[in-house]
Write a protein that binds this ligand. Structure first.
Ligand code: WTA
Length: 645
């Protein structure tokens, strides 16, 4: 497969960029013409950011799985689509060719239909990283059901909230999942999530760990039994549902600065075109290469760059079940060596954690197949960038620093591997079609004078094909969250610098969203979970710099329960119990790294917590706290400073 829209030089990038801004409709229309459509669109783009309403390829009819699977069958049926590397290195791996994957997706699509799933139904998928997860995702897309994948580390309560919000009627899960030395009982988490649930009609359970599970009659069925019924009939195909370009493809929940996670909705046509376009251009994918994205499919990175981007490009996508440090810190390098991986796409937090093990785990590993390295999820510090460059890429692999978000569907700012310049710590240039601007607090665009580097809040002036369409069930929330802060602009929630060359450096979130090990967590969410713990009166959560995780979670808690004085009087037992509550309510990823018990929180006279002060103290900047004169009780700051952990 050739990619006529693959940019091959810096000049060509500049040209493409110019064209995309001058005439987005003809630019994206041309790219979209290289896909399989049942019916061509009537109009490439219609939009306004006030409602907001964004429609790409309006009137076009297609099915994304025909683009990810069927269209490759003629030339690539025996070509690996998915290579699966299991958690344990001595277990057999699996390779699914395009033909095999197509067949499995069609068969599982029948299973979904046999169990009553219809177009538009919401199917929650809660699985470990096994091929069946990708199969379930694609089978939903095949029949037009809306998948909502929930990361396997979220708690029963988090799942219950998401099921409720999405009004989901079906679940696909596993008995359990392996992750490093751990064995996570997914089905039993689902059982807890379903206590009191009235909307779920069916739970389909795939076998992985053989952990004992309870199967409820009339509700729960085994994946293997259901598949067998279809296979025994010799069925290997199902007609793909004809979808409108603007029909929803999936919902993915993500954290914001307030309230519960919101269900970001992406639609079929634009998401397909944009994830494919960025996959082919950012990574400069060449036919036959092996692409290894280490993310979990439970996050947007996995959706876009394990499943949809690579498969729509006919690529070979490596799906890894385990973790980088098990059985030892050489696991990634073993995988690169074993499969001659060409593109490695991972998160700065993984790089920093592997750096901590030194160079030993790299010794004897043949990494010469690597051509391109990528990072995503958080700002990459220069030390980690250079380590990645020197020890993994051996100074011959371009590193793409890709900035994007769940809401953006695909990479928006990134260098193109080996084509446009890289700069350590900088995501560099916007993708074609992206009108990025920096604005000040008043919403005024910051204009660059001469060679100066400017800073501001990162906004986007016009839509790209995979912009979120809404937040599920609450369009107003989408408007207020992303389109109301600044008039006629999409607000990213990130701050950024822009240098004289037009390169962007992302400085981090400017709202109350934390980025812990590349995972997005809202401070309000963590506070709500902590506050549910008996004895907790109030809490405030902030982020602080963490060597490996990028950001750690620091919680200040007012506690009046009787367990406060445990045997040592240190509050350790209470801390442990609070962590347990957070794990129960959200999941282990949201556990605070530090808990400081305090007798009061710094509040303004109007009762607002001054997070700025708490952030500074958590960061260790106790000297320069700025103006504290508006505080109700300035004394509380001294106490907090003294007790700092
Ligand atoms: C941050 C992940 C700096 C950013 C794809 C963004 C980054 C949030 C980068 C989205 C990067 C992502 N450099 N920061 N290359 N990539 N971020 O929704 O703060 O899980 O807003 O999407 O991660 O996280 P999300």
């Amino acid at each position: 497969m050739s990619y006529p829209y693959q940019i091959k030089s810096f000049e060509a990038y500049k040209e493409a960029y110019q064209k995309s801004i001058q005439d987005p409709e003809s630019f994206w229309g041309e790219i979209a013409s290289h896909f399989t459509w049942r019916k061509k669109w009537d109009k490439v783009l219609e939009w306004n950011f006030t409602e907001p309403r964004v429609e790409w390829f309006k009137g076009g009819k297609l099915n994304i799985t025909e683009n990810c699977l069927d269209r490759h069958l003629e030339t690539k049926s025996n070509h690996p689509a998915i290579i699966w590397e299991p958690n344990a290195p001595d277990e057999n791996n699996r390779v699914l060719t395009y033909r095999k994957l197509h067949e499995k997706v069609c068969q599982f699509a029948h299973v979904l239909k046999n169990n009553g799933v219809k177009k538009g139904d919401r199917v929650c998928i809660y699985m470990g990283m096994i091929p069946e997860l990708a199969i379930a995702v694609l089978a939903c897309a095949r029949i037009g059901a809306i998948h909502s994948v929930v990361f396997g580390g979220f708690s029963a309560q988090s799942i219950a909230d998401r099921l409720e919000d999405a009004q989901a009627t079906f679940i696909v899960t596993c008995d359990g999942a392996y992750r490093g030395a751990k064995d996570i009982p997914l089905k039993s988490v689902i059982d807890d999530a379903l206590i009191g649930n009235k909307t779920i009609k069916r739970v389909i359970v795939a076998t992985r760990t053989r952990t004992p599970v309870s199967m409820i009659k009339g509700r729960d069925v085994w994946w293997e039994d259901e598949m067998k019924q279809v296979e025994e009939k010799g069925v290997t195909f199902i007609e793909a549902e004809e979808m409108d370009a603007e029909d929803p493809l999936f919902i993915l929940y993500t954290s914001g600065s307030t309230g519960k996670p919101k269900g970001v909705v992406h639609s079929v046509g634009g998401y397909m075109v944009y994830t494919n376009y960025t996959f082919v251009n950012v990574f400069q994918y060449q036919t036959g290469q092996v692409h290894f994205c280490t993310a979990d499919i439970g996050w947007i990175t996995g959706h876009s760059y394990i499943v949809y981007g690579p498969l729509s490009a006919g690529a070979t996508s490596l799906l890894f079940e385990g973790v980088p440090t098990w059985p030892d810190a050489g696991r990634f390098w073993d995988i690169v060596d074993k499969y001659c991986v060409n593109i490695l796409y991972t998160a700065p937090t993984a790089i920093r954690s592997l750096m901590g093990f030194g160079l030993g785990p790299l010794q004897g590993k043949n990494l010469s197949s690597l051509k391109v390295l990528g990072t995503v999820g958080e700002p990459i510090n220069e030390e980690a960038w250079h380590w990645y460059d020197e020890h993994v890429g051996k100074r011959k692999c371009p590193i793409v620093d890709t900035w994007w978000q769940t809401e953006t569907g695909g990479c928006l700012i990134s260098n193109l591997a080996g084509i446009t310049p890289a700069k350590p710590g900088w995501a560099t240039l916007p993708m074609p079609g992206l009108e990025m601007v920096l604005v000040d607090e008043n919403g005024k665009e910051v204009i660059q004078q001469g060679d100066e580097t400017i800073s501001g809040n990162l906004c986007i002036k016009s839509p790209w094909p995979s912009i979120l369409r809404t937040t599920y069930g609450d369009h107003e929330r989408c408007r207020t969250n992303y389109f109301a802060t600044y008039e006629n602009m999409y607000f990213t929630g990130d701050g950024a610098l822009k240098d004289k060359d037009g390169f962007f450096r992302i400085t981090g979130r400017v709202d109350d969203v934390l980025n812990v090990s590349g995972h997005r967590i809202g401070t309000a969410e963590v506070e709500n979970a902590i506050n549910m713990h008996a004895g907790v009166v109030e809490s405030a959560v902030v982020g602080y710099p963490h060597d490996i995780k990028g950001q750690g979670i620091y919680a200040y808690i007012i506690y009046q329960g009787s367990h406060a004085q445990d045997t040592h009087g240190t509050g350790d037992l209470v801390r442990r119990d609070i962590l347990q509550t957070v794990t129960r309510i959200i999941g282990a990823i949201a556990k605070p790294d530090k808990i400081q018990f305090v007798s009061g929180l710094p509040k303004t006279r109007s009762g607002k917590i001054m997070r700025r002060i708490l952030r500074k103290i958590a960061e260790g900047e106790t000297e320069n706290l700025g103006d504290t004169s508006t505080l109700l009780d300035p004394g509380v700051v001294d106490e907090i400073k003294k007790g700092r952990l």
